[in-house]
Design a protein around this ligand. Structure first.
Ligand code: GLU
Length: 476
């Protein structure tokens, strides 16, 4: 936005941090220690591709090592730069603290457009990047554990894990050096959907508190709510899909790189996703109105706006025109500090990124634990749980026979009750619990303190106080 001077992404995060610490009582000097990024490593490396050497630039920023390993994704995008990875690393620190994932914060990135390279080339580039980070202990199960982010996924994580294993042949925990791996390669069920699932669980928890829903000028449940999603990547897609299929929300708008789709009656998320995969964008989608101007839909009336793509999409240039009364930040940093001020003054409720998109790292935490314990969740208990349930069902069936027509056991109850939970169910249950508890912790600060008027400040206060406590425990 030429006419509006916005601070950088990292400055935005610092501004939000400063707003929160101003309301806290922290030991002198500790505030700065927590705010700063501990280190950022820049690597430049060459890979021979298409008959010449190509030089790539990558980063790994470590924001806080109050707990180790530090955690955070690796992003592949041309816009990756030091300021961005540092901002994202800081958000990881607060995010992990908020959901009680025992990690410090880190983030990495590679300046590359993954669409410019074929799979084999991407493998060579990824392995070389991983090599540079591994040899500096910037990927290590005990020190620094990356995960997917924009432009990366299971495939890249599998290459990284394999590269680490090759360089650390005697490390029995090598699989825990990275999360977000494919299920057959040390991954965990439910990691791909995790961030979107977390957005759904966050909204469900929000709607369990009528007082909070009223603060956004809304009422009722998620059923029938009009939702606009910006970015139908992994996070936006899963959030939209689950909210539509399981909570009855109407996805009225989907904004992508090449414009937006709008349908007041609700879009078919699955069909739009398929279209995007096949055609690279939303243009031409036959069953909804398309506009080339995505901004128009971002500013359209709706109940819930879900920015699920890039940082800074809601900024000083458009904040005034945003009509959604409730914004849930599925992306990291989608609302700038200046826009946050404007929206707050307008009474918009914002469920902040560090909470809203923490589902990814939460399930990463489960994956890391699974890797370190070398056993799938539920493997020991599942059949035993089923056997115990069977005892109850057998007794109920005895009663059923005794009571005759007066009462009978419903077959679907028997079927559901007998089945022990598999890994996916356990992961979803752990994620649901995490998202509920974290929200309750934040809202307690939001409603409990006169000087805290918004969820973001409450979330920062909650997260920072946990980081402070961990410094205090170390005697710092
Ligand atoms: N990149 C994701 C995030 O921003 C996931 C990080 C992780 O799983 O470590 O939260």
């Amino acid at each position: 936005m030429a006419e509006f001077k916005e601070p950088t992404f990292r400055e935005n995060v610092d501004l939000m941090f400063n707003r929160a610490v101003a309301l806290m009582d922290i030991a002198p000097g500790l505030e700065e220690k927590i705010r700063v990024v501990n280190s950022t490593y820049t690597v430049r490396f060459g890979v021979r591709l298409r008959d010449r050497i190509h030089t790539f630039t990558g980063y790994r920023a470590v924001h806080s090592e109050h707990l180790e390993p530090v955690k955070g994704g690796i992003r592949y995008a041309t816009a990756v730069n030091q300021d961005e990875v540092e901002a994202l690393a800081a958000l990881m620190t607060y995010k992990c603290a908020l959901v009680e994932a025992p990690f410090g914060g880190s983030k990495g990135g590679l300046c590359i457009d993954p669409r410019d390279w074929n799979e084999h080339e991407l493998e060579l580039i990824t392995r070389r990047f991983a090599y540079e980070l591994i040899k500096r202990d910037l990927i290590d199960p005990a020190q620094n554990v990356p995960a997917p982010d924009m432009g990366t996924g299971e495939r890249e994580m599998a290459w990284i894990a394999d590269q680490y294993a090759r360089m650390n042949t005697t490390d029995i925990n090598s699989r825990a050096c990275v999360t977000g791996k494919p299920l057959n390669n040390g991954g965990i069920a439910g990691r791909v959907e995790a961030t979107g699932r977390g957005v759904q669980f966050a909204l469900r928890e929000f709607f369990r508190h009528p007082e909070d829903v009223a603060a956004a000028g809304l009422d009722g449940t998620l059923e029938g709510k009009r939702v606009i999603v910006q970015g139908l990547g992994n996070v936006g897609y899963h959030a939209a899909k689950f909210l539509h299929e399981e909570d009855g929300a109407r996805i009225t708008g989907i904004i992508e790189r090449d414009g937006a789709l709008f349908d007041e009656k609700g879009l078919d998320v699955e069909a739009v996703r398929e279209w995007i995969v096949r055609h690279g964008g939303v243009a031409g989608f036959p069953d909804a109105a398309h506009t080339a101007d995505g901004a128009e839909v971002l500013e359209t009336e709706c109940d819930i706006l879900i920015p699920a793509a890039l940082e800074g999409v809601i900024n000083l240039g458009n904040a005034d025109r945003i009509k959604a009364p409730l914004i849930i930040e599925a992306a990291n940093g989608p609302v700038t500090a200046g826009a946050d001020d404007i929206l707050r003054r307008k009474g918009v409720v914002i469920i902040p990124d560090m909470y809203a998109n923490a589902g990814g790292v939460t399930v990463s935490y489960f994956e890391w634990v699974k890797n370190l314990s070398h056993i799938r969740f539920g493997r020991l208990q599942r059949r035993q749980e089923e056997a115990r349930h069977k005892l109850v069902v057998d007794e109920l069936e005895r009663l059923d026979r005794y009571l005759g027509d007066a009462w009978s056991l419903r077959p679907e109850f028997k079927q559901k009750y007998l089945r022990g939970a598999d890994e996916l169910e356990l992961v979803r249950s752990g994620l649901d619990d995490t998202m509920r508890i974290a929200y309750q912790d934040i809202r307690e600060i939001w409603h409990g303190r006169e000087d805290v008027a918004d969820l973001r400040t409450a979330a920062y206060i909650c997260a920072i106080s946990r980081v402070v406590a961990s410094y205090r425990a170390k005697g710092i």
